[in-house]
Design a protein around this ligand. Structure first.
Ligand SMILES: [Zn+2]
Length: 421
């Protein structure tokens, strides 16, 4: 293992293999073997570190005091931050790496975890290092993807400058693009992200990553800022008018120029959500969550109500009420079984308060553990409350429901792109 201090950002480069030749660390192995790096006797490298050393696999920021200020502030676990950057090869000049690292950290701080287009490789994600929550960064992957999307060299910064001008000159555009104006359920104050002094800088980068794929879709001669401000597509507008004519007004979120998301992987940079195209709506996302496939599998096993993804999709087509009833049943059964278990655990002995009882129940049930304490606590009364009349009208208007997706997205309705929540 080799470590070299490069000053400035306090970056140390980790060489795997080193003199001992450890061999490639898979993500799993890396997780298990993760320890504060820099502890092993360092193999000092000669300049230049940022050439393409064949065994170089990553970078590590070990000293929080040396991190650029914006990286440290605002993170919920900011008092100790260690940041490992995993990559296959060091092929970028030092200046690009430094700038890219700041950019990636800024994105992570304002927008949370981010990953590649398909949601297979994280660029920035939260991880554990011993007892410490850290951001793990795959800087090289990010920079490579960025080069592919925008072109090498100065192309990306030129594009960001262009979109910054668009954001500043198009009325309402900054308020339409995330980070959201308000945190969920609190319309009075700006969102936590928007209280950060450099949120606009992060938004510029985020918007660049959304605007480019939009441009590929609609053509670079189209005024994309204006397109976004026009809101929903004609098709969605017509469908919503149809639904509201029968059901009455209802509230929904529609246009949102953002990439697709993946639970745990956050935004998939380079992809484009149906919401970005004004072709999808979300209804009461707070109480009708998106549930990733693993978690959904645990939920249906916990309540013993299996249904395959294919069956969900075909049921929606032919018997939408059956799918609606099924989802309701799963949610109700989950709440009931959980409540009974928590009540039993609370009675003891030992007598436990509701919080502790819930934690104990989750801990001792493999499916609930798979679902996780956070989700279980948040949705212990159920995770679905859309009215059938509304879902029925949406079906009539030819919407595809996110409940048919691999990632079960209970609040999402679109026009059948196959699921790009
Ligand atoms: Zn959605």
């Amino acid at each position: 293992m080799g470590v070299r201090q490069t000053g400035g950002l306090g970056i140390a480069m980790i060489l795997q293999g080193g003199l001992g030749g450890v061999g490639a660390l898979t993500p799993q192995r890396r997780k298990r073997e993760h320890r504060p790096l820099g502890l092993a006797a360092p193999l000092r490298l000669e300049q230049p570190v940022f050439g393409a050393h064949p065994r170089a696999t990553g970078l590590l920021l070990t000293n929080p005091a040396e991190l650029p200020r914006p990286v440290r502030s605002g993170l919920p676990f900011a008092d100790h931050l260690e940041c490992e950057i995993i990559g296959a090869k060091l092929v970028f000049p030092r200046s690009v790496m430094d700038q890219g690292l700041k950019e990636l950290m800024l994105l992570a701080r304002i927008f949370g975890p981010i990953s590649d287009e398909k949601g297979e490789y994280p660029y920035a994600r939260k991880a554990w290092s011993g007892q410490t929550r850290v951001w793990e960064m795959a800087l090289h992957r990010y920079l490579k993807a960025r080069d592919l999307m925008f072109g090498p060299g100065e192309a990306f910064s030129a594009y960001v400058a262009k979109v910054r001008a668009e954001l500043d000159s198009t009325k309402g555009l900054r308020d339409t693009v995330e980070p959201p104006l308000h945190d969920e359920g609190n319309k009075k104050a700006p969102s936590r992200a928007r209280r950060e002094p450099d949120w606009k800088e992060a938004q510029d980068v985020f918007y660049a990553w959304v605007r480019r794929p939009m441009e590929e879709l609609v053509g670079s001669d189209v005024d994309i800022g204006a397109l976004i401000m026009r809101g929903v597509t004609a098709r969605l507008k017509a469908a919503l008018a149809q639904v509201e004519a029968s059901y009455g007004r209802f509230s929904y979120g529609s246009i949102n120029p953002r990439p697709k998301k993946k639970d745990g992987f956050g935004y998939r940079l380079g992809s484009l959500s149906d919401h970005a195209l004004g072709n999808a709506i979300d209804i009461n996302a707070r109480q009708n969550p998106q549930v990733n496939p693993e978690r959904w599998a645990h939920i249906v096993k916990y309540v013993n109500l299996p249904m395959t993804k294919a069956a969900r999709a075909s049921t929606w087509k032919t018997k939408p009420k059956s799918l609606y009833d099924y989802i309701h049943q799963v949610s109700d059964a989950f709440a009931k079984k959980l409540r009974e278990a928590v009540e039993k655990a609370a009675k003891g002995p030992p007598h436990l308060d509701e919080h502790k009882a819930l934690a104990a129940v989750v801990k001792h049930d493999s499916h609930l553990s798979g679902i996780g304490l956070e989700f279980t606590g948040k949705y212990h009364k159920g995770f679905f409350n859309l009215p059938w009349d509304l879902v029925h009208e949406l079906h009539q208007a030819k919407f595809v429901w996110g409940a048919t997706f691999d990632t079960v997205d209970l609040h999402h309705f679109d026009f059948g792109s196959g699921g790009s929540p």
